[in-house]
Ligand binder design. Sequence first.
Ligand code: DQA
Length: 154
Amino acid sequence: MLNILVLNGPNLNMLGQREPALYGTQTLDDIIKELRERARSLAARIEHVQSNDEGVLVAQLQASQKKFDGIILNPAAYTHTSVALRDALQTITVPCVEVHLTNTAAREEFRRFSLTAGACLGQIMGFGAFGYHLALIALVNYLKSALKSGQSAR
Ligand code: DQA
């Protein structure tokens, strides 16, 4: 069983009410419920944490080193501002996939650059909540091929 941490940043707790034309009508609970079902079908287990606090997100990344095989991270607004999250990602060796509900490359200039993506395995954006499923499929595939070839996924 693969253990995956799903980490969501600020304002994602407001999904469902937050700019639904952009972010959709599903709540974060709805999204995570469906993702847990997907995880089961992939022989993975999800632990989910959402926080509006940068320090909590940093602490979660640091603690992931011992507990998780992989991470799915939507840093939300901290994507574009947080050197601390970038440094935390570079400190750990747990592979991470960055997810964005929206295609940030097609939005305001300040959203086009991600400080965190360069410390991740890859990035998926623009597909709404389905992006979390794409990230999970990609991460599980990466972890299983690393296991099969006898290499460490880290
Ligand atoms: C977001 C994109 C960010 O620019 C924004 O600050 C968010 C959500 C997304 O999932 O599309 O809060 O990460």
